[in-house]
Design a protein around this ligand. Sequence first.
Ligand SMILES: [Zn+2]
Length: 412
Amino acid sequence: MQRGQDAGRRDKRVRVLHALRRSPGLSKVALARELGISPGTVRLVTDELFAAGLVVTAGRDLTTGGRPSGQLALNSSSPLALGVDLGEVEMRLGLLNLVGELVSQRRTPFDRRHEQVSVDQIAGEINALRASAEGTVAGVGLGVPGHLDLSAGRVLYAANLGWRDVELRDRLSEAVGLPVLMDRNTNSAMLAEQWWGPAFPTGPALFVTLGSGIGVAIRVNGLFLRGAGGAAGEFGHLVIDKRGPECACGQRGCLEAMASGRAVQRRYNQLSDESPDAGNISELIRAARADDPAARRALAEAADHLADGLATLVNLLNPSTVVLGGELMAAEAELLPVIRDGIRRKALSYSAAQVEILPSSLRDEGPLIGSASMVFDAVFNQRISLDQACRDHGRTGADLLAKPGRIASGRV
Ligand SMILES: [Zn+2]
C-alpha cells in the first residue's frame, strides 16, 4: 500500500514537472486543472519540488508589492546534468540545464585500444567539462551503444566499441565522484524525445535508430521494455530476406545488413557504374540529391526494407508513435515518404491507421541530450536526491532556495 502511495506521489511529481517544462508560468490552480488532480495534492507536490530546488516562482506580482506571483517555473539555475554519448569513433559530452538547453559541449576522438584507457579518458573528459561548468552538476548520464547489465552497471557487449564485459558505471562514478546512470543510446535518444520533443506520446511509443546499426527503444507506460537480460530492441537483426547479404550476427538478410548506413553505402557501390565509393552517408545523400540514380535507388531500396521491418513492429506492438532518428535520417526527404507509404500498405490496417511516424526533432543531438536527461529523470523520480546532487559544491537544496534572485523564502 505504502509503495502504491509513493508511486502515486512520484507520478504526480513527474507530471507537475513535465507540465511546467511544457508551459512555464502555470499557477497551482492552473496545474490542478490541467492535470486533473486536486489543488491540495498540487500544493503538497509543489512544496516538495520547491524544497528540492527544482521549481521556483516565475516572477513578482507588482500589484501586491512585489510578492511572489504564484506563477511557477522550473529552476534554470538548478543543478546541471552531464551527458556522455559514446560513439564508435568519438564521444560527445554536454551539460544540460533543467529547461533543456545544452549550455556547454565537448567532442573528442574515442580511444578504444584498451578498456582502462577508455574509462580513464571518459573520466578525464567529464572532469574537464565539469570544471568549466557554472553551477553544480547533479550527475552523469551515459549513452552506450551496446548490450548492458543495468543492475551491475556493466557493458556486456558493445560491438562498435570492441568491449566485452566491461565494468563501467561504478568505476566511472568512483573516478568522477558523481552518480552515474547508463542506458543504451537508443533508449537515451528516445528519452530526449519524450522530455524535449514537441510530441509527448502517451501511448506505447518506439524510437528507431537508423545508423551504422539499427535498434529500437520500446517504451510502454513510461518504462523501457528491456527484456529478460537487457537485450531487447535488436530490431536490426529481424530477417528481411533469407537470401540477402550476410550480417555481422551470422545470419543473412537482417535489416541491418540491408538498410543500415553501412549497408546503403555498400549497395550504392554495387549499383554505381563509376564506383565512386561514397565516403560517408552525407556524400551519398548529396549524390542522390544531384540525381545520381545509384544513390537514389540505394536509398529507395533501404526505405522499402525499413518499411517491411517497421510494418512488423507496428503489427506486433500497435504503437501510437514511431520516431525515426540516427545518421541515415539526414535523408529524411528520401526515406520518410516511402516508409510511411510502405507501412500503410504492409501493416494491418487497424494498427497502420493509429500509428504516427515522425522524424526525430532533436536530430543528431538527441542521444547526447537524452543521456543528460537520464539524470533529470532520476532527480524527478527521486532516485538521485538533490542533496546528493549538490554535494560537490557543498550546497544543499535549502541553500539553493535561499540564493538571491532565485526565491526569497522557502515556500510560496
Ligand atoms: Zn543480423
